[in-house]
Design a protein around this ligand. Sequence first.
Ligand code: AMP
Length: 278
Amino acid sequence: MYIFTSKTDLQQHLATFSDEKSIGFIPTMGALHQGHLQLIKESKKQCNTTVCSIFVNPTQFNNSTDLANYPNTLKADLEKLEKLACDIVYIPTIDDLYAKGEKAKEYDFGTLTTSMEGEFRPGHFNGMATIIEKFFNIVNPTIAFFGQKDLQQLYIVKALVKQMQSPILIEGVATVREESGLAKSSRNKLLSESAKEEASLIYNCLQYCKKNKEKGVVELKSYIQQQFLKQKNFTLEYAEFVALKTMLPIKDWEEDNKNAVSISAYHSGVRLIDNIIL
Ligand code: AMP
């Protein structure tokens, strides 16, 4: 496994590849878990070479405490990647990617960024798209793999490659979960065992929506809100029902599989998100 900390070295290495060699790319912020590893496995299946980046991107954090508390488990991450025979790991420093004082670029993704994460994490998607555009220009992958857990991100990255007029394919990978249903997340490392059990409420609410779709958007949204009102250390930030295509809130279901229910909630100060497509 090659490990690069500078984009120049990484690009020199990639330049030795023939054009026929496909490159799979998985950008991560580290603290790797089975969710990340699933993306690596998909890339290994579909591409000749797999590149994984580990970089906690400061411009996508609108909350400095969240950034400061973000877990770092680099040694264990590298062991996991080595085990999966990941070919290349890119672990840049901030200076390798950003000029001094450089801020996120301003993008226009239309309605995709107005609700949910766009609403509650101002500037988040500009920061995310800024770093992903930089990575895409450095790695120039054939396919980039993103988790459906970050659904809005997945759709925005698809819009980004269109804006970049880039041929990079964006592939969404299904959310990997704990046995309780809780979506695997680097932030779960910040939760106690009992908090993790309670946090499966998010998944239970999403499953309730799936099983009771006929109750309609308004009733289901109110159901989720009520479930969270009963909780002590678990606060709902949003439960949003959106059209997949636009990411705009809906009052009635669109066609099957064209709707998403997304939940964001804080358990003991840790922010968790999840979604389901219905
Ligand atoms: P992060 O390190 O949180 O930025 O995530 C890196 C990539 O892993 C993103 O594309 C995420 O959507 C994806 N990811 C995170 N958690 C999961 C999960 N539980 N299942 C599948 N993919 C995930």
